[in-house]
Design a protein around this ligand. Structure first.
Ligand code: PMP
Length: 397
């Protein structure tokens, strides 16, 4: 028998969400996560995945993953510190360090886990963290877990950051101060002002932490946002995920050897959660190798991104100020945005709406993430559907 208190908590809150239309019904994908996906039996052009380079279904990655399963099995068997560290994990970490231009790297089971692990292993209640107001939820939760004082600065506002860094430093209240930012902000596709952040960090002796989940494989010809700005030796924590452009699953920190040594003895998801599987690890390693060998997929990603942006802009849509292939189509009103996305999906384009509280009120948008795997024909079809639905709903005149 379940608790009465739990039952009433769940019923009240679920009913409220459903009444307000805020309960997110999850679509079930009945195919591989490629440029075209099957949902409810319908083939849809997929503009909603983070599989930026199309590597999630790449034959070369599937091949090495199958081989690893045959040789090593399907599970790592233990946490990394007991006997879950396979030679395959070390190879991945060496490759990630090379990729990011750092002394060392450490892999985690997800990008989310990585932020929970890394921030709280270094920061504590005697410290402060300056955090961009639009940072990802996993950064916010990682900061909270550390118990450090969290000081939010206005999005990419260097004057606000400098003012708050100065105040924090001069207060004398904190042992260590960190500044933390996404490398690429996934809702608008804008790139963090890393040169500005590094200047301020140098002025006030801040620890620097960049989560480049949406930048790795995308910006800097694939090498990521830190390398894009040539700042690999200036950023203390370079965070990445293996689940987006890399196409697999997992997360990592790249940095100096002593930082990685510390994370190996103090970061809790590393110490207390089972290691990534052999198939994940070899597929991710191969993906990083492919990125380092050639910019072909990265070039195609940008070409497709620019093509889609141009097409939507020419139709008259507001596509914001994205600096990456992420292409928001800003509708504004929340209900209208949701209806717009629903109609796109009915017409064969899987592009999801993103509304308040994920983005500010009145800036509801349908977010498009073209990938290297889309063909021009797919993008043309998507643009034609946007035109049809835009006219039908009076968004385009
Ligand atoms: N950091 C950022 C900035 C992200 O956008 C995301 C994913 N949405 C994550 C971390 C989490 O990564 P993962 O999906 O690998 O857990």
């Amino acid at each position: 028998m379940s608790s009465n208190a739990l039952e009433s908590f769940l019923n009240e809150n679920l009913n409220e969400l459903r009444d307000k239309g805020l309960y997110n019904e999850i679509d079930i994908v009945e195919s591989a996560n490629g440029p075209v996906i099957k949902i409810n039996g319908n083939q849809l052009i997929n503009l909603s995945s983070n599989n930026y380079l199309g590597l999630a279904t790449d034959e070369r990655l599937k091949e090495v993953a199958l081989q690893a399963i045959k040789e090593y099995g399907v599970g790592a068997g233990a946490v990394r510190t007991i006997n879950g560290t396979l030679d395959l994990h070390i190879k991945l970490e060496e490759k990630l360090a090379e990729f990011k231009g750092t002394e060392a790297a450490i892999a985690y089971q997800s990008g989310f886990n990585c932020n929970m692990a890394a921030i709280s292993a270094v920061m504590d209640k005697n410290d402060a963290i300056l955090s961009d107001e639009l940072n990802h939820a996993s950064i916010i939760d990682g900061c909270r877990l550390s118990k450090a004082k969290i000081i939010r600065f206005n999005h990419s506002d260097m004057d606000d950051l400098r003012k708050k860094a100065k105040e924090a430093k001069e207060s004398g209240l904190y042992n260590k101060i960190m500044v933390i930012t996404d490398g690429v902000f996934s809702m608008d596709g804008d790139i963090a002002n890393l040169p500005g952040i590094i200047d301020i960090a140098e002025e006030f002796d801040l620890i620097t932490y960049v989560d480049d989940a949406h930048g790795s494989g995308v910006t800097g010809k694939g090498a990521g946002t830190v390398k894009h700005f040539g700042l690999a030796d200036k950023v203390d924590f370079q965070i990445g995920t293996l689940s987006k452009a890399i196409g697999v699953v997992g997360g990592y920190v790249a940095g100096k050897q002593n930082l990685i040594d510390w994370l190996k003895v103090r970061s809790r998801p590393f110490l207390f959660s089972t290691a990534l599987t052999p198939a994940d690890v070899v597929a991710a390693t191969r993906a990083v190798e492919l990125l380092m060998e050639s910019t072909e997929l990265n070039d195609r990603l940008w070409e497709n991104g620019n093509y889609l942006k141009k097409g939507l802009k020419e139709l008259g849509f507001n596509i914001g100020e994205s600096e990456t292939p992420i292409t928001p189509c800003i509708i504004g009103d929340e209900k209208k945005t949701q209806l717009f996305s629903k109609r796109l999906i009915e017409e064969g384009v899987y592009a999801k709406s993103i509304v308040f509280p994920t983005v500010p009120q009145g800036t509801g948008r349908v977010r498009n993430m073209p990938t290297a795997a889309h063909t021009k024909e797919m993008l043309d079809k998507a643009i034609a559907v946007y035109e049809k639905v835009g006219k039908e709903m009076g968004i385009l005149v």
